[in-house]
Design a binder for this molecule. Sequence first.
Ligand code: UDP
Length: 488
Amino acid sequence: MSNMEPHLLPPRVLLFPLPCQGNVNSMLNLAQLLSLAGLHVTFLNSDHNHDRLVRYTDIQARFTCYPGFQFKTITDGLPVEHPRNGESFMEMCYALNSVTRPLFRDMLVSGQFGLVNCIIADGIMGYTIDVADEVGIPIFHFRSISACCFWACFSIPQMIEAGEIPIKGNEAMDVLIRSVPGMETFLRSRDLPSFCRSSDVSNPSLQLIMTETRQSPRARALILNTFEDLEGPILSQIRTQCPTTYTIGPLHAHRKTRLAKHATNTLQRSSNSSSLWEVDRSCMTWLDQQPLQSVVYISFGSLAVLTRDQLIEFWYGVVNSKKNFLWVRRLDSTPGNKEGESEDIPVELVEGTKERGYMVGWAPQEEVLAHKAVGGFLTHSGWNSTLESIVAGVPMVCWPYFFDQQLNSRFVSEVWKLGLDMKDLCDRTIVEQMLNDLMVERRQEFVKSTAEMARLSRKSVSEGGSSYSNLDRLIKDIRLISMETPKC
Ligand code: UDP
């Protein structure tokens, strides 16, 4: 292969995700889909994440069968000991902009990635367009958030102009927002991305997210991990600004369909884990012993940090609900919780957990949600978790932590009717009541709506489905683009 003329090689695509678990998961799925189609992929990981991926997964094995695939690494700009959690999320965005961005440019200019025909970068790093333009490489933006959140972020200037941001105090939290086209009848101030709660429009987080999101119309196209049947009306709005928007999700399910088509057993059997934490598979054995749809799966994702009070309220609510539960508690998800240290948990919670619960530090989430014993998901409404729940047909109780999660949970409850929104509340009686509604009182209603959305999600990634066809189109476009003069 290496002796071939550059123009005879398949196009090489450089994938550059935001260095967070959810973003890396979805971009690795995209990387595999592009590799399956015969494209060559360079995946640019942060040093920190790459070390963890290599330590906790067999990621190299997953990609060795694609001869054109390679990993490259770059700093995320943060010191080694930085916690890299939700509390310091914006620090990461600033570091990426100030430290990683110039380095990324230098690596491209000096040819450290070899020949690159096209870049697919996470659109939250909107500035990647400037770098790509400078070196003359076509760029696509990929977002691993929902279309609804992308659109709300895109509409921040209109909300500011309409005086809807800044939000006028606590009394205005339930007031309807009228200036996000397509969401006029159900979006409240409370449902806006968390940084919109700032009392000052010059707030750096608000400004950064707005500025970066508004860059995407300059990209060749926008790629979204969603599907038409889920977010069609909002996608029509987005296409007024980003006419070429490819919806190719849910990517984790799409990857499975395409792998099944390729039919080589080694490929299908290869692990799909891209976990940055060590997966504790013992929970699968525990799930095997639980009755059908009896278990509430609880996870707040990779970034959320709970206070001790929140943890205790959730814990009482869950134990008092008398439901079986599998709870993912990341070691770094409550401050001051060090390995081996006693947490001084009330005895009734310890007993209740022994009786009906199981806790792990990190779970194989896709598999857990697909397990027949799981009947509900208490989630922070991260976009990957939401899509994984939708595909598995599992109804949700949503407790959004930050960013897009505030919007996702509103859509889950009010638009798609796939669960309940517990936003801004953290009280044991409410947790208990909502779990009871989800698992018992309103179960039939949710079983029906989640089964239908699961069906539509699978249809979208099956041959002839919207996401399936869109991916084919995207790949065709990448091939066409790469016939333009090879760059770098
Ligand atoms: N995840 C996992 N095991 C866990 C918890 C989460 O594999 O115990 C995965 C989950 O399947 C999802 C990702 O981590 O793909 C979390 O991404 P999401 O967008 O839901 O939330 P974030 O972590 O970005 O807040």
